[in-house]
Design a protein around this ligand. Structure first.
Ligand code: ADP
Length: 191
């Protein structure tokens, strides 16, 4: 199996690049942000709870997203591999993911981390907000809060994956094609 964590701050381009990677490598795309927005759209109790946090740029509780990922892993038994996009976002999530994958006799092959500076991120998110309709993209204060949450809780995962020798840094500023080529290069060089 090929199991990849596509990592990076909000606005780094994870969704865009995931879409291309799943096509090239025939992987299943698991985006916790997309799953949560699906719950909101369906008006489920989980969606209603999550929306309150997401609209403020705050992470939803670990148990919630870990449960969602566990379900998705179980419902794709024949997958060639997975791209995890927006998950894990905390050390507890990363440890849970390792455990879930080991129960299926598999593991993460690599964490591909898209590097984008804060100014570029804020610009991208504000311009995405104009057509995405996402409430968390519309307001600079919420965007700043998401970047703060990322720096406090999510960026430390770089060390978690470095310790497992799975961290690869990818330049995330450039054209979509250039960045895709860097990702493909990194994947093709995995041991
Ligand atoms: P982005 O990375 O562009 O901020 P996402 O679509 O990945 O957007 O996530 C949007 C929001 O959904 C986050 O700000 C957070 O509130 C919630 N969320 C998504 N994934 C997770 C996760 N793994 N853990 C906790 N909260 C999450």
């Amino acid at each position: 199996m090929l199991n990849l964590v596509l990592f990076g701050p909000p606005g780094a381009g994870k969704g865009t690049q995931s879409a291309r990677l799943i096509e090239k490598y025939q992987l299943v795309h698991l985006s916790t942000g997309d799953i949560l927005r699906g719950e909101i759209a369906n008006g489920t109790p989980l969606g209603l709870e999550a929306k309150k946090l997401m609209d403020q740029g705050i992470l939803v509780p670990d148990e919630v997203v870990i449960g969602m990922i566990s379900n998705k892993l179980d419902s794709n038994p024949g997958a060639k591999g997975f791209i995890f996009d927006g998950f894990p976002r905390t050390k507890a999530q990363a440890a849970a993911l390792d455990q879930l994958l080991s129960e299926k006799n598999t593991s993460i092959n690599a964490m591909l981390a898209l590097n984008v500076n804060d100014e570029e991120l804020i610009q991208r998110l504000l311009s995405r907000g104009k057509d995405s309709g996402r409430p968390d993209d519309a307001n600079p204060d919420i965007i700043r809060k998401r970047i703060e949450e990322y720096n406090a809780k999510t960026a430390p995962l770089i060390d978690y994956y470095k310790a497992q020798d799975k961290y690869t840094s990818i330049e995330g500023v450039g054209t979509v094609d250039q960045i895709f080529n860097l990702l493909v290069d990194a994947i093709n060089h995995l041991g």
